[in-house]
Ligand binder design. Structure first.
Ligand code: IPE
Ligand code: IPE
Ligand code: MG
Length: 249
């Protein structure tokens, strides 16, 4: 039997928790197949895991988590699944927003706004705006997110600003580039978790994950609970991070 997740929390060093965690929430479809149900049933089950993640973020006072919810490539799925996912996303936000707000959690979306129905985005923004002044954990929902798209948009936006305001943007630097990413203002990723056994980034935060610790688990996302999350955090704390340097110079 699984231990209680609280037994793992005791083993965590609260001073060395990751500042920014990315979660590639994968395996909903396979979970549904395993339970002989339609894929959307798996996505609904995945939404329950999101609730657990947010609860643990509150319990541990985690700073920021980015949840990969819908990629720029996920539009290539059957229309019925895309429609179901879009509907589920907004439905979940409506359903959870009051509880999330009560817990002082701030939720926002990150991703490209190009080619997304502006009415749809407005509905999401309106729902989430309730939480925007909250000071607890920040949850970024990566929707229509693709790292390559993000990098291209950042360069285009920087270029446009550099042309109109050459004094402020004399050259493309690390800082001026990062200012134009969807993740502007966020620290780089310390930890990327991917469920379902796949070991790839699938266009998730290629820039921000430069020195992230990667954690892959076979667990399908609907089965990813607080225990699994704490387990990943403990594993993170056991890693030796060097950032290319040597301690004893
Ligand atoms: C992840 O689960 C959720 C999204 C990509 C939206 P999948 O739908 O990719 O599930 P699998 O990988 O087919 O099992
Ligand atoms: C990555 O999962 C995208 C999200 C979790 C939103 P996918 O299931 O779309 O990725 P691939 O196709 O296995 O690389
Ligand atoms: Mg998948």
């Amino acid at each position: 039997m699984k231990q209680d997740y609280r037994d793992l929390i005791i083993e965590l060093d609260p001073q060395r928790l990751p500042q920014h965690i990315g979660i590639i929430m994968d395996g909903n479809g396979r979970w549904a197949k395993l339970h002989r149900r339609p894929r959307l049933y798996g996505h609904r089950a995945g939404a329950r895991s999101v609730r657990n993640i947010i609860e643990l973020a509150v319990e541990l006072s985690l700073k920021s988590i980015t949840l990969y919810a819908f990629s720029t490539e996920n539009w290539n799925r059957p229309q019925s699944e895309v429609d179901g996912l879009l509907k589920l996303l907004i439905e979940m936000m409506h359903k959870e927003i009051n509880e999330v707000h009560r817990q002082n959690v701030k939720i926002r979306t990150i991703g490209s706004r190009r080619n997304v129905n502006p009415d749809y985005m407005k509905k999401i923004d309106d729902t989430l705006s309730l939480t925007w002044d909250n000071t607890g954990p920040l949850i970024n929902v990566a929707f229509n997110y693709g790292s390559q798209q993000e990098i291209i948009e950042a360069i285009m936006n920087w270029h446009q600003k550099a042309n109109t305001d050459p004094e402020r943007y004399p050259a493309l630097t690390f800082a001026s580039f990062e200012e134009h990413l969807f993740t502007a203002g966020l620290p780089p990723l310390d930890l990327v978790i991917r469920t379902s056994g796949e070991q790839r980034l699938s266009n998730f935060m290629l820039w921000q994950a430069a020195y992230a610790e990667l954690y892959f688990t076979e667990t399908l996302f609907p089965d990813f609970d607080k225990y699994e999350f704490c387990f990943a955090l403990r594993e993170f704390q056991e890693r030796k991070r060097r950032f290319g340097a040597l301690k004893d110079k």
